[in-house]
Design a protein around this ligand. Structure first.
Ligand code: ATP
Ligand code: MG
Length: 427
């Protein structure tokens, strides 16, 4: 036998029955986002490398060491998207949909970062994200956070998460703070890890986002950006907290929350859990008022959030072991001759059209009725539908409940459609 080829490390296959959970989660995301008036945007998986360098920041984990960058056949340097905000802004600018307009957009799909694979951290992972353009105030910050709370609630995982909030202020207020932070870190240079020493002057705020447990104490005692906020950022932050309190959303202020990308301003937030070890952030977001301009557009306020899908799914699996993971098949149709099979093809297609939501497999591959019954049972379907010699003569279909001891019935196709309609609408 030929040697098998395996998947790339950190890039996962997602198989049934787990895909049922993904479909369910994606369905909830879509439903909530649509209910808030968001519209879907789609953009490519590959972009010019420059896009990410300019937006995320040169001195960040992502740009320094995590991007999948390659030369294409035209010697152009391209990158598999490590995140979506920059791509979304690029696409929105290119098509002129930000000019004097408010846009509420969402997107989902795979992203790529060359990280050390572990539970909840992969090299290909998936996000479900929302971005809003054209609104400067804390009103939209409150709304987007409320929307994320609603998603967590509907997925049944809200009780495992806590909302953490911080404000990064404006770039101007940050630069003053930067000096203080550098001074503090310099005084404690012996406690810095190698990476932090390197970042000390280039990007000291990033040090606050370090995942190194040895740095925790140092970070906790560092001067706080919150104490250096400009007046406008401060009142923005206070108003947001009032809105959230009024809406009954609990939150904690985490003055060390900085996020891993350079473009954030003012509000930043994360939904974190203690159930996934070090990979505790399920959803992260924030305001990025400078990014559109940085990417060549007119200054446009903006805010966004991203759910990590893998962490969301892991949490759903931990939370409720009864999550539906079966395929939900309603019926399995078996036949005992070529003529009966041909009739079955038409009948099955009719039933699928007449009964929205019906999940019906028609047996293919022949075999005795007895064997086909075994397959029907193994399929997990609730019912077997049978077209044999007798049913061909009477133009009927037999219905057998495979899970409950109920006598078999013989029904006409229309009656069967009505029967399933009733069954499915009851669920
Ligand atoms: P972390 O601090 O965990 O590295 P991050 O700040 O790099 O996360 P973002 O760029 O804000 O993450 O991405 C948003 C969300 O996407 C994260 O909160 C997380 O749920 C998910 N995510 C990010 N990187 C990965 C990854 N490598 N594997 C799986 N999920 C990820
Ligand atoms: Mg990261």
């Amino acid at each position: 036998m030929a040697e098998m080829i395996q998947a790339v490390r950190g890039m996962n296959d997602i198989l049934p029955p787990e895909t049922h959970l993904w479909l369910y989660a994606e369905y909830i995301f879509r439903r909530v986002l649509l209910s808030y008036g968001y519209q879907e945007i789609r953009f490519p998986i590959v972009e010019r490398t420059e896009l990410f360098k300019r937006s995320i920041g040169e001195i960040t984990d992502i740009v320094e060491k995590e991007m999948y960058t390659f030369l294409d056949r035209n010697q152009e340097t391209l990158t598999l998207r490590p995140e979506g905000t920059a791509c979304c802004v690029r696409a929105a600018l290119e098509h002129g949909i930000l000019h004097n307009q408010i846009q509420r957009l969402w997107y989902s799909g795979p992203f790529f970062r060359h990280e050390r694979p572990q539970k909840g951290r992969y090299r290909q992972f998936h996000q479900f994200s929302a971005e809003v353009f054209g609104l400067p105030g804390p009103d939209i910050d409150a709304e987007i956070i409320l929307m994320s709370a609603s998603i967590l609630d509907k997925l049944g995982i809200k009780s495992f998460t806590t909302l953490q909030l911080n404000s990064l202020g404006t770039p101007a207020s940050r630069s003053e703070y930067r000096h203080q932070l550098i001074r503090y870190l310099n005084e404690n240079k012996n406690s810095l890890d190698e990476e932090s020493v390197r970042r000390l002057h280039k990007n000291p705020l990033r040090i606050l986002d370090s995942k190194n447990p040895d740095m925790k104490k140092l970070i906790a005692h560092a001067p706080k950006l919150l104490n250096h906020l400009d007046n406008e950022s401060l009142s923005h932050f206070e108003r947001l907290q009032e809105y959230l309190a009024h809406a009954g959303v609990n939150f904690e202020i985490n003055p060390c929350l900085v996020r891993g990308l350079d473009y954030y301003t003012k509000t930043v937030f994360e939904w974190v859990t203690d159930k996934l070890g070090a990979q505790g952030t399920v959803c992260a977001g924030g305001r990025y008022d400078g990014l559109v301009e940085q990417l060549g557009g007119k200054a446009t306020p903006a805010i966004g959030l991203s759910f990590g899908m893998e962490r969301t799914i892991l949490l759903m699996q931990q939370g409720n072991k009864n999550h539906k993971t079966e395929n939900g098949l309603h019926a399995y149709l078996i036949t005992d001759s070529e003529d009966a099979f041909a009739t079955g093809l038409k009948s099955a297609s009719y039933l699928r059209t007449k009964v929205p939501g019906l999940k019906l497999i028609q047996h293919c591959g022949g075999g005795s009725l007895k064997n086909q019954f075994k397959k029907a049972d193994k399929s997990g379907a609730q019912y077997a539908l049978i077209i044999g010699e007798h049913e061909m003569k009477t133009r009927s279909i037999s219905l057998k409940n495979l899970r409950e001891n109920i006598p078999q019935q013989s029904l006409y196709l229309d009656e069967l459609a009505e029967y399933f309609k009733l069954k499915i609408s009851k669920k």
